[in-house]
Design a protein around this ligand. Structure first.
Ligand code: ADP
Ligand code: MG
Length: 355
């Protein structure tokens, strides 16, 4: 089976800015695939190359196995949704969604049927005669999505479509987008700088930095096994890191002392980083005698985060650990700032990274 989209060694420069460097990607049919990275890392340029709005300097773009590198956009069977939705303000919801089918001269009876179906999928039934300015931000997003999907593109490209929405609506729309994608089965390529959006929606994520793909994988894989320091810090709410030297098998020598780890031989003799996610850190009475790594610390902050409590714990003078603890029961005693506390983690919770 061919891939929905395949990029082979794509590069693109603007003057002396190397926006995209040797990018290779294989996106499966029906996949929700995200391009994630900080502003300016080359996400939009990559998307525009897939769309045919930009020509690469070198490399090949394939859609469904066919080389389309020099095929114009309108012959690529690709749909697009951007942050600026470019809806037609003088038309109502129905006419906005019907637009693509009218352009293709579909009979009105067929249009009516398909718009009705689409309204149900994006959950806008009953609003078909509203004007665009009478809709909320989230509803406008749904119209844009419906308008792009109604012509049944093989691939839908979405460039930061939720960027302008409030947090609550954005969180809701993330789940909605994922649901719609599952329902219609179209391949989605989603560009965002927001790691939580990519984590929530994607089957797989490609993380980019300075035009280069750093890692491609499922959300779980990228979170648990980041390939380098950049990916480890970019993904997730927080991560603790301690530098050290990997000199003895299974042991990293750090300023805090020895840390037991599981590290592959490739790191032997190198300067490495031991990284531990905040939810993997044991604290207080959880630190029993058989925990691999135990350190004494002082609580510097206790932050109530709703679903969990965040502790900041100073180890020595300059290492601050972040610890997330779910609170079970209503009267769990909080560790108060200034109190001494043990923290610890087992060796398999540590991730070994290099810069
Ligand atoms: N048309 C252009 N002309 C000149 N520079 C551009 C153009 N488009 C993008 N760039 C530059 O290429 C880099 C990548 O841009 P872009 O793909 O838009 O990144 P992202 O979408 O990840 O924010 C940036 O440094 C940007 O300034
Ligand atoms: Mg962009």
């Amino acid at each position: 089976m061919s891939y929905a989209v395949e990029l082979i060694n794509i590069s693109k420069s603007f003057g002396n800015v190397r926006a995209v460097r040797n990018v290779s990607l294989q996106i499966r049919k029906n996949e929700f695939f995200s391009l994630l990275g900080p502003s300016g890392c080359g996400k939009t340029t990559t998307l525009r190359i897939i769309a045919g709005l930009e020509e690469p300097d070198s490399g090949v773009v394939k859609l469904d196995g066919k080389d389309v590198t020099y095929v114009p956009t309108h012959k690529r069977n690709i749909g697009m949704v951007f942050q600026t939705l470019a809806l037609f303000p003088h038309m109502d919801v129905y006419d906005n969604i019907a637009f693509g089918l009218r352009m293709r001269n579909y009979p009105e009876s067929e249009i009516r049927k398909r718009v009705k179906e689409m309204l149900e999928i994006v959950r806008l039934s009953g609003l078909e005669h509203r004007r665009i300015h009478q809709l909320s931000g989230g509803q406008r997003q749904r119209v844009a999505l419906a308008r792009a999907l109604i012509v049944q593109p093989a691939v839908l490209l979405l460039d930061e479509p939720l960027g302008a929405l409030d947090l609550k609506i954005r969180q809701h729309m993330m789940v909605e987008l994922k649901r719609v994608q599952r329902e219609v089965g179209t391949t989605f390529i989603y560009v965002t700088h927001d790691q939580s959006e990519a984590m929530v929606m994607s089957d797989r994520i490609a993380i980019m930095k300075d035009g280069v793909i750093q890692q491609i994988g499922e959300p779980y894989e990228i979170y648990m096994k980041p390939r380098n320091k950049f990916v480890a810090t970019f993904i997730g709410d927080a991560i603790n890191m301690i530098e050290g030297d990997y000199l003895e098998p299974g042991i990293v020598a750090t300023s805090l002392g020895q840390i037991k780890t599981i590290a592959s031989d490739e790191y032997f003799g190198k300067r490495v980083i031991v990284a531990i996610r905040p939810e993997k850190v044991l604290i207080g009475s959880e630190v029993t005698g058989d925990v691999d790594n135990v350190f004494e610390g002082t609580v510097s902050m206790t932050i109530f985060r709703g679903a969990f409590i965040e502790y900041r714990v100073m180890l020595g003078h300059d290492i601050e650990f972040i610890v997330f603890k779910p609170h079970v029961g209503s009267s769990a005693p909080l560790l108060t700032p200034g109190s001494s506390v043990k923290i610890g983690w087992n060796r398999d919770s540590g991730i070994i990274l290099v810069e």
